[in-house]
Design a protein around this ligand. Structure first.
Ligand code: PBG
Length: 326
């Protein structure tokens, strides 16, 4: 049954379609800005006007949606840029909503503080030890005060036009807090795509250049998951669904395909997987060296994620893959 392409196509079990792909965009201040991200060939920081052009191309290619990240004009300890009405992502959402592309794309806003806080952590930071030597060597990200800021962020994004809000911070209880705040703001129809199992991963490295969100001290291991834990990932997913998550997102993808598969077998909600920056950069490094065939390796990496059980994939390859698949 492998002798011809029509026969192979007839018995093929899994497909990747442009509509399954979500394209991440990094929005920055200015006009006509297209700053390349050095560790991610083909990825740019885009001003709002450029993001609108990008969205039009994505819509034409049949891509399913966009996931928006922001690089604010300035950062502070409370991540004000994440939730202010005129924040950079809010500006982008308003502009995108005006464009015809918006009718064909799901606009998803990433809900997190790390791009907006001066310290680069995903929540409110407090010193965990007082005394003469107290410094941020021993700090805590304070879960509960963070929830209020995340909820504020989600509400302001939904008001600005986000079709879906996607919390990626990994604080406990944030899905419930966001749901409650959305409902109270009469945004009952806005679904939550929760990054339910997000592992503390080396593969986020290039993203932190793209989003300028590297933690200034410490790391994220006190709130993102330990890569060794599959059962704990299932608990995180159950909790988020109980709290009101409508869809879940898992990341990274390639080193955690078993987690995607286990989630698929456990829950019925739609599942997405995020092929993260490091997965993209690593493949591109091999393409540049001529060590891997670009198109085949790209499509195979996406097919593997779909086969593991993801309904949709967040990927920086979205446009390139859609061009081939279309
Ligand atoms: C924000 C966030 C991160 C990513 C998505 N949302 C970075 C992080 O947790 O450090 C990573 C995405 C990627 O690597 O492509 N919390």
């Amino acid at each position: 049954m492998r002798q011809s392409e029509p026969l192979r196509a007839l018995v093929r079990e899994t497909a990747v379609e442009p509509g399954d792909l979500i394209y991440p965009l990094f929005i920055c201040p200015g006009k006509g800005v297209r700053n390349p991200v050095s560790s991610m060939p083909g990825v740019f920081n885009l001003s709002v006007d450029e993001a609108v052009r990008e969205a039009e191309e994505a819509a034409q290619l049949g891509i399913g949606g966009l996931l928006l990240f922001g690089l604010p004009e300035s950062k502070d300890e409370a991540g004000t840029g994440a939730w202010e009405a005129d924040g950079i992502v809010q500006q982008a959402l308003r502009a995108l909503k005006q464009s015809p592309a918006a009718k064909k794309l799901v606009l998803i806003a990433d809900v997190c503080l790390c791009e907006y806080t001066s310290h680069g952590h995903c929540g409110v930071v407090v010193k965990s030890r007082e005394g003469p030597n107290a410094n941020f060597d021993t700090f805590d990200v304070d879960n509960d005060p963070t929830l209020e800021l995340l909820a504020r962020t989600a509400v302001s994004q939904a008001k600005a036009g986000a079709d879906v809000v996607a919390p990626s911070d990994m604080m406990d209880g944030r899905v419930a807090a966001i749901r409650k705040a959305l409902d109270a703001a009469d945004l009952k129809q806005t679904p939550i795509l929760s990054y339910a199992s997000k592992f503390a991963s080396a593969f986020y490295g290039p993203f932190r250049e793209a989003a300028d969100s590297a933690p200034q001290f410490g790391d994220r291991r006190s709130y993102q998951m330990d890569g060794a834990n599959l059962r704990e990932a299932m608990r995180e997913i159950d909790l988020d669904i109980e709290e009101g998550a409508d869809m879940i997102l898992m990341k990274p993808a390639m080193p955690y395909l078993d987690v995607v598969r286990a989630a698929r077998e456990r829950v019925d909600v739609p599942i997405g997987a995020y092929q993260v920056s490091g997965e993209y950069s690593m493949l591109h490094a091999a393409f540049q060296k001529g060590w891997l065939d670009q198109n085949r390796a790209m499509l195979e990496s996406l097919l593997g994620i779909r086969r593991a059980g993801a309904d949709f994939i967040v990927t920086y390859f979205a446009k390139d893959a859609a061009k081939l698949l279309g």
